[in-house]
Write a protein that binds this ligand. Structure first.
Ligand code: ZN
Length: 374
């Protein structure tokens, strides 16, 4: 195992943050490459512990000569966000300097500049080199954009990209691009994740989509079928809720993640058969992201993971400022689906995201290509 510490740009005199990167496997290896990172949103902690449990498994696999490829692992992907401590609370997700969501707006590429005709037999490595050089020629103008460029640059080396996140309070689930649904469902099954959400790459994209997009664009521009084989598999893995930081859970999650790496051909050797679970697949258009319509106290009447029928009353907003007292607004399911993604907040205001109902039929009120927004 090799470690690298990459200094970020100093945000203020006398301060500097660093990105820590672990590399497993030989640089001379021609096997597949996996990239894993956790904590991109800074206040999402379970994945950080999962990677801590995975590192010794990878170290052992390497010592036993079982690595067939390479693994790049970033144990905490966002030292900028992790330092955003306001009155005792880590305020992740958004950059306080005004640069937006930490998991949006990664560098993009003009694949039209790539000279495909010059590399007819060497498309994959040639394109990766083009992407690397393109990134190296960029000059981001702030610490956060520099961090995003570094992270994407590491992920672009990989055939498998796994970005570990979590929600407020939810069951484990994953996201993938819709055209990678079949491969992603296999991975989700090995991970023991019961839900997989699929999304198009043509709208707003997150880190996983950003690692995939240049390949997707080049495939669209050329129709070269070799690219479909070279294209990485990229997934966002949601390791339950924010406070699900538990050694027993993380140990099991790490073992399953190691099984995924074996499934992907990155780790070899004899290992136990993966423990598969059944995965429900929902296009993101069928996941109802529920926002509070007004202010009040949020009270759930149904539990995480329960199946709801359309019209079913699953939560209330208690209007504590209205007369007569104990006045409630009933929240009813707008689709048949599983109750997920419950908010931690109990005092809510209009526009606060409070739950998700994962169904299977596309919803008319969902705007395509906007990830979790309406
Ligand atoms: Zn996240």
């Amino acid at each position: 195992m090799q470690t690298e510490t990459i200094p970020l740009w100093s945000p203020a005199p006398g301060t500097r943050r660093e990105l820590l990167v672990y590399r497993f496997g030989s640089d001379a290896s021609t096997g597949p490459v996996a990239y894993l990172q956790a904590g991109l949103h800074a206040d999402e902690w379970p994945g950080l512990l999962v990677l801590q449990h995975l590192i010794p498994l990878l170290t052992k696999a390497e010592a036993e000569g079982r690595l067939k490829g390479r693994i790049i692992l970033v144990p905490f992907a966002n030292p900028v966000g992790m330092s955003q401590n306001i009155f005792g609370y880590v305020t992740g997700r958004f950059d306080l300097t005004g640069r937006g969501n930490f998991n949006r707006n990664f560098p993009t590429f003009n694949v039209g500049e790539f000279e495909i005709d010059a590399l007819p037999d060497d498309l994959g490595p040639g394109f990766r080199e083009f992407l690397k050089q393109s990134l190296q020629s960029r000059y981001p103008d702030n610490e956060t954009d520099y961090l995003k460029q570094l992270l994407l640059g590491l992920a672009l080396e990989a055939d498998f990209v796994f970005d570990l996140h979590c929600d407020d309070y939810t069951a484990a689930h994953a996201y993938c691009a819709d055209f990678q649904q079949a491969k992603a469902a296999e991975v989700a099954g090995i991970l023991g994740f019961t839900h997989l959400f699929t999304e198009p790459l043509d709208g707003v994209i997150a880190f996983d989509g950003s690692a995939l997009k240049p390949w997707y664009d080049l495939l669209a521009a050329t129709g070269n079928t070799q690219l479909a084989a070279e294209m990485p598999l990229a997934m966002t893995l949601e390791y339950r809720g924010q406070i699900d930081v538990d050694d027993a859970l993380a140990e099991d999650d790490a073992e399953r993640l190691a099984s995924v790496l074996q499934h992907c051909g990155v780790i070899g050797g004899v290992q136990p058969e993966p423990r598969l679970c059944e995965v429900e697949i929902s296009p993101l258009q069928a996941v109802d992201t529920v926002y509070a319509p007004e202010t009040g106290l949020l009270v759930f009447r149904r539990q995480l993971g329960e199946r709801l029928k359309t019209g079913e009353h699953y939560a209330d907003i208690v209007r504590i400022d209205q007369l007569p007292p104990h006045n409630r607004l009933a929240l009813r399911a707008r689709t048949d689906g599983v109750l997920m993604g419950l908010s931690h907040r109990r005092l809510v205001r209009p526009g606060d995201q409070i739950a998700k109902v994962a169904g299977t039929e596309a919803l008319a009120h969902r705007r395509p290509g906007s990830l979790l927004q309406i």
